[in-house]
Design a protein around this ligand. Structure first.
Ligand SMILES: O=C(O)c1ccccc1N[C@@H]1O[C@H](COP(=O)(O)O)[C@@H](O)[C@H]1O
Length: 216
């Protein structure tokens, strides 16, 4: 069985990046979306990106960003992965994927089986789908879980990950129940919006790694 992939998203300090890396995160997410409490300017995202070691992938998260600022952000931040968390089209994703060395992830809000089937339109346009709850106050980062039962017996046509409302209290159940190869958490690891709690980051990674080991 493959190793568990763990993305810790919305980090805004070097201290929390170091803690996530030490705890076993495989991916660190930096959010560039002004309405988010985890928003980083591109200059700050670039500074924090430099703190992420080569062994861990840097993920830049954007929402419905126009092509020119996207190109500038990619140039400045140099992420390994671009996570698109808005209403981006397969055509736009394909353009990025075919013209860069980036891994391209598409987050999709899942409220029913039809939404899971619709997400398959990204099969050739993205390297990975990230299933999240349907958008709430923000397009993501709302701490809302999707109905995991929708993923039972689902035939995944491409690599995927599970996001939405995950935290130390439920990540082991999520892995056991859905078999998610990648788990992604943000607001469930905070003491207040935008402020990550190092104890929760450690507990999340520990629980995810133990659940994967038990399932192997
Ligand atoms: O974190 C945010 O503020 C955010 C803003 C806009 C789009 C996505 C955002 N976060 C991502 O949403 C999912 C689920 O987050 P949560 O664990 O439920 O808080 C995850 O990929 C976040 O990185």
């Amino acid at each position: 069985m493959a190793d568990q992939l763990i993305k810790i998203c919305g980090l805004t300090t070097e201290e929390t990046i170091d803690a996530a890396v030490e705890a076993g995160a495989t991916h660190i997410g930096l959010v560039h979306f002004e309405k988010s409490p985890r928003h980083l300017s591109i200059a700050d995202a670039a500074k924090l990106r430099a703190r992420i070691p080569d062994s861990v992938k840097a993920v830049l998260l954007t929402v419905n960003m126009e092509p020119k600022p996207t190109a500038e952000a990619l140039q400045e931040v140099q992420p390994d992965v671009l996570q698109l968390h808005g209403k981006e089209t397969p055509e736009w994703l394909s353009l990025i994927k075919d013209n860069s060395k980036l891994e391209v992830w598409k987050a999709v809000g899942i409220k029913d089986r039809a939404a899971l089937e619709r997400a398959e339109k990204f099969k050739d346009a993205a390297h990975r789908l990230l299933y999240d709850a349907a958008a709430g106050a923000l397009p993501g980062g709302n701490g809302l879980a999707l109905d995991w039962r929708l993923l039972l017996n689902h035939r995944h046509v491409m690599p995927w990950g599970l996001a939405g409302g995950l935290g130390p209290h439920n990540v082991a159940d999520a892995i056991r129940y859905t078999g998610a190869p990648l788990v992604d958490a943000s607001s469930g690891l905070e003491s207040e919006p935008g402020v990550k709690d190092i104890g929760k980051i450690r507990a999340f990674c520990e629980a995810a790694l133990a659940a994967r080991k038990a399932a192997a």
